[in-house]
Design a protein around this ligand. Sequence first.
Ligand code: UTP
Length: 288
Amino acid sequence: MRVRKAVIPAAGLGTRFLPATKSMPKEMLPIVDTPAIHFVVKEAIEAGIDDIIIITGRGKRAVEDYFDESPELEMHLEKKGKKEQLEMVREISQMADIHYIRQKEPKGLPDAILRAEKHVGDEPFAVLLGDDIIKSSPPCIKQLIDVFEKYNSTVIAAQKVPLVEISKYGSIKGKLVEDRVYLVEDIVEKPKPEEAPSNVASVGRYIFTPAIFDCIRATPVGLNDELQIADSLTILRGKEDIYAFEFIGKRYDIGDKFGYIEAIIDFSLENKEIGDKVRDYLSKSIKC
Ligand code: UTP
């Protein structure tokens, strides 16, 4: 069955990015001039997904406003003859069919995914975390869809990380079944490096079968008093095979200060308008 729908959880509190996230969603943090979540929505669209569900929470209105029409702004740009900007603003509000579902309390990523159950129905679906930008061609989620279409079972994105950093991720124990594809045998959430089964980390892209919903309902509250996706996946593994795919591409964790700075540097260096100036500035300031 074709993956037609994508769920983008964006209801987390973003405590790693306080105080900015006190009054603005971290998914709206700009990467040069474009909010992080724009890249995530674009990734889903470029993978052929046309039905997008964003899970929001309190204080996340800016996300809805961003993808909505902006009549006053459009009128202003039209009056001033700023055609290029007008087109850009209109294109954003026409990007895709976006639906919003509210997560009343941030009870963890699995709970955010469960909010989408009614809209998703009985079909496989993609999950893209709203604070993870992945630069890749083809889009990371398309790479996962291709693996899903071969194995017809849940596929999660994986990336090798330095072992000292594995405690920020779910660590995957798996059997390599083909180049970059692991059959998952275990996932340990945020282990100490010495206790991690591997340095293969589970990161923010997934293709789930609808079986995940019952597994989330059966998931006990875990680390930090939240539901943890690794625990839901462990339950799912008792029902179907789970594959992990080491995608080709670069990931930026926008919810993390260093990840955000990495994205700003890389995207600004590639920016036609300011790339050369940034390169020049960086090389000078590093020498100082
Ligand atoms: P994170 O764990 O990175 O988000 O969740 P967080 O809880 O906002 O982060 P910190 O640790 O406090 O800084 C990954 C993704 O899942 C969403 C987040 O918005 C983010 O995109 N999420 C998380 C939800 O939608 N609901 C939740 O209850 C938790």
